[in-house]
Design a protein around this ligand. Structure first.
Ligand SMILES: Nc1ncnc2c1ncn2[C@@H]1O[C@H](COP(=O)(O)OP(=O)(O)OP(=O)(O)O)[C@@H](O)[C@H]1O
Length: 359
């Protein structure tokens, strides 16, 4: 039996405006295990922020159940039925164990880095001396000790986000919610912040909920992924499952932007070899995960079936210590030979997508 640290079940969030009803979140259930880095991916307006704000009841759902760390924060069967809510004081204390970071950092501009982090300890029971030590420790953790007395305006975007992370960690949270925290940063700084989040996940056992519209960010650090569209989770699973076998068109789009395979297909399709594909040739994409890559499958195509494989492009990434590859290949041979070869590839869990050729 698993015991999720965050269990959202059948969550609905409906906003009633004058003449309009907006269903921002529709019957969403997600269970996040302790120590997960759980990526929630979707375009703007999909409902990601609304959904994660439900975790600490910054947004109360219209119905559903919210359980965090085995404590029921909210429960209601439907919009009109009785609502059970956690007591306000209890919620206030428990919210301190759920840190949040945002795209625009939300720092206090008139306060120094130290003061910004200390601000989160306003309600803490620590002595002044311990507070000072705690802030120093946090700044060390995010590698900003040398900036302690500077003001936000003197910092780069990445440094500002580090201050925000230190502040979010001030009350030793078990959960960190990152709402588009890297969206305003350049790719290099994004990677540095993602590495820091991964380190916090590994070293402190911090559970991270990572909301983003960039699959690249999810790919770097998440172990689980949910894809959100129009208020619904349309697909979810482990990072590997989602990357290896996406079933939804939107998921495929997100993955393609993260692997650049769409650009490679476009470039290579324009090359004479593919443009002038012979009758006995097929232009295919082979996709595989894990162990398959250790086997000389491509070499075996000629040895066993006399099918030649001309590899035009290859991309192999290591996701969660497992190779995940995509090859763009021209296969040449008779219909029967190619059929036998592709059926063997499929037996070895290589996914084959015909991009051009064949009947
Ligand atoms: N307080 C509110 N009142 C009315 N509508 C709202 C409110 N908050 C969000 N919405 C609507 O709910 C939908 C989901 O918004 P949400 O901000 O959760 O999406 P998102 O996926 O996080 O996108 P973004 O990254 O742009 O914030 C949108 O249509 C939005 O306009």
């Amino acid at each position: 039996m698993t015991n999720p640290i965050i269990a959202l079940d059948n969550i609905n969030v409906t906003f009633h405006q004058k003449k309009r009803t907006i269903s921002a979140v529709k019957d969403v259930s997600i269970h996040i295990e302790r120590g997960d880095v759980f990526g929630i991916v979707g375009y703007s307006g999909a409902g990601k922020s609304t959904l994660v704000r439900v975790i600490n009841l910054l947004q109360e759902p219209s119905s559903g159940s919210v359980v965090v760390n085995n404590k029921t924060f909210f429960q209601s069967d439907n919009e009109t039925s009785k609502k059970t809510r956690i007591a306000t004081k209890d919620l206030r204390n428990r919210r301190r164990k759920i840190g949040m970071i945002f795209q625009h950092f939300n720092l206090l501009n008139e306060r120094t880095v130290t003061e910004n982090v200390a601000f989160a300890l306003l309600h803490s029971k620590l002595s002044p001396q311990k507070r000072t030590e705690k802030v120093q420790e946090l700044l060390e953790l995010v590698d900003l000790s040398d900036r302690a007395e500077q003001y936000p305006a003197q910092l780069s975007g990445g440094q500002k986000q580090r201050v925000a992370i230190a502040r979010a960690l001030a009350n030793d949270p078990e959960i960190l919610i990152s709402d588009e925290a890297t969206s305003a940063l350049d790719p290099k700084t994004t990677n540095q912040i993602l590495s820091l989040l991964k380190k916090l996940n590994e070293e402190l056992g911090l559970t991270i909920v990572l909301i983003t519209h960039e699959m690249q960010a999810v790919k770097e650090i998440a172990n689980k992924v949910a894809v959100m569209q129009d208020g619904e989770i349309i697909e979810s699973g482990s990072l590997l499952e989602i990357f290896a076998q996406p079933t939804q068109q939107l998921t495929k789009e997100f993955i393609e932007t993260a692997t650049n395979i769409d650009k490679a297909i476009a470039t290579i399709s324009a090359q004479p070899l593919v443009k002038n594909l012979a009758d006995n040739e097929l232009f295919v994409r082979l996709a595989y995960v894990g162990a398959t890559t250790d086997e000389p499958l491509i070499a075996g195509l000629f040895r066993d079936f006399q099918v030649t494989a001309n590899i035009l492009y290859g991309n192999v990434e290591i996701l969660q210590n497992t190779p995940v590859g995509s090859l763009l290949v021209i296969l040449s041979g008779t219909d029967d030979q190619i059929k036998a070869a592709t059926s063997t590839l499929a037996d070895h869990h290589v996914e084959i997508e015909i991009l051009k050729g064949g009947k």
